[in-house]
Ligand binder design. Structure first.
Ligand code: TRP
Length: 450
């Protein structure tokens, strides 16, 4: 017992790290985006490709970002500059960090608008708006929200203010403590919803839809979407995990920790799917409804279950919380960069970065109503932002990261960071040098061509 304070300090920093990593990765990507993408892509085949991408591409890249961060001990741009300099490699590797910051800005601009939808649904939940809704009225509730730019803008603004406040003020301590309760609460509530879905009668149909692949639905674009989502959901390809890796102590086992984060993230996404699709089929809704899918399905469950007002409100509160912890991780690198590269203080940096993101978010707000006919490259502004980030920027920076670790770093240096047995390391290195980069390259080129 004499060394208790020491071991406690170790434990709490490991937990803090896990919370930060899980907080960043588990967000709208799992509960909002994964189910609707599955529905748009026709179900099981998408899910299967997504799972393969998470394991063969996401996991090694997550480990690469953490080990780079732990080696470099700085923000992503300085980390890449430092390691590349020491290894006498080109400073062009710094582009990984630059691309990441740009992607963060683009992603957060629409992420905040969707976070705003979740806030609006907290209000609906609390005012018992869901009670007694049927499939049609649930659709109207959602389309009325989208049709009102003023309302969307107000919720988007509130979500941005919440995000800026945390990043500017660094009340991260309280957030960490809250995460320890709210993240498990989210898991419990999802389990309740899956339980409810299991009693609706279409559970088997929902299950089949998610897990029985129909390979005729696999097009280049579906595969690219699945891979892009693997990056998005694990917060990869933006140097965020690299930044977190810089706080990682040397005794933390990167492989095991990455596996834990990946499993948790995947379970939460699959649980969201298991909660949503049985309701979709039981009520004859359209699985391909798009970004509104969870907002047009779960309120039906809340409106018809006992305790629905409580559960409905709580669910959207937890969704907001999950979105919030991810949004913080999106704003943080931009602010960190402004603070280091300009004379701005932390507060000023947070305000400038937040304002720039808020302004760009207006394009997403309007893409659902006044500007819905404005479609450069055949996409609305929201679709375009999502496409450019998930399907182009994240895969490219992720590819650069794994190529750097696989081909431009010494074998022994990587091995010392990962601290694996020799067989496990041989497999890891093989996937980092060949499987993951070739996989990303093929899917990327093929997906863009089809
Ligand atoms: N992973 C988060 C989600 O699933 C979103 C996110 C946070 C993200 N930080 C990121 C995506 C960095 C890409 C890169 O909702």
């Amino acid at each position: 017992m004499t060394n208790k304070p020491h071991s406690h300090a170790q434990w709490s920093s490991r937990i803090a790290f896990m919370l930060a990593a899980v907080g960043s990765s588990v967000g709208l990507g799992n509960i909002w985006k994964f189910p609707y993408m599955t529905g748009e892509s026709g179900g099981g085949a998408f899910v299967l490709v997504y799972l393969v991408c998470i394991l063969l591409i996401g996991l090694p890249i997550l480990m690469s970002e953490w080990l780079l961060g732990r080696l470099g001990q700085k923000n992503p741009i300085s980390t890449m500059s430092r390691i590349a300099g020491r290894l006498k490699r080109s400073q062009a590797w710094v582009l990984i960090g630059v691309g990441g910051i740009l992607a963060a800005w683009l992603i957060l601009s629409f992420y905040s608008v969707i976070g705003g939808w979740a806030l609006a649904y907290v209000r609906y939940g609390a005012s018992a708006t869901f009670t007694g809704l049927d499939g049609d009225s649930v659709g109207t509730l959602f389309s009325d929200l989208l049709a009102s730019p003023g309302t969307l803008l107000a919720w988007h603004s509130l979500f941005m203010v919440l995000t800026i406040a945390i990043v500017a003020g660094g009340v991260a301590g309280g957030l960490e403590r809250a995460s320890k309760i709210l993240m498990p609460a989210l898991v419990v509530l999802l389990a309740v919803l899956v339980g409810y879905a299991a009693t609706t009668g279409s559970f088997g149909e929902g299950f089949d839809y998610l897990f029985r692949p129909d390979f005729t639905r696999l097009t280049g674009d579906v595969i690219l979407a699945a891979m892009g989502h693997a990056f998005f959901t694990l917060s990869l390809g933006m140097g965020i995990m690299m930044a977190y890796g810089s706080y990682l102590s040397d005794d933390v086992n990167i492989g095991r920790t990455a596996m834990t984060v990946v499993i948790l993230d995947t379970i939460i996404a699959l649980a969201a799917g298991m909660a949503i699709f049985p309701i979709v089929f039981a009520d004859g809704l359209d699985p391909a409804a798009g970004p509104g899918l969870i907002f047009q399905t779960l309120p039906l469950a809340f409106g018809n279950m006992s305790g629905g007002v409580l559960f409905g409100t709580l669910f959207f509160v937890l969704l907001v919380f999950a979105a919030w912890t991810s949004a913080i991780s999106l704003l943080e690198p931009i602010v960190e960069w402004l603070e280091e590269k300009t004379p701005l203080s932390r507060l000023q940096s947070a305000l400038v970065a937040g304002a720039a993101t808020w302004i760009l978010g207006i394009a997403t707000v309007l893409s659902f109503n006044d500007w819905s006919a404005f479609t450069p490259f055949g996409m609305t502004m929201f679709d375009l932002l999502d496409y450019v980030t998930s399907k182009i920027m994240l895969p490219l920076t992720g590819l650069a990261t794994i190529v750097f670790v696989g081909w431009f770093m010494g074998r022994d240096e990587v091995r010392a960071q990962l601290n694996m047995g020799s067989t496990a390391f041989a497999w890891w290195r093989f996937s980092a040098r060949f499987i993951a980069p070739i996989g990303v390259a093929i899917v990327f080129v093929w997906g863009l061509m089809h």
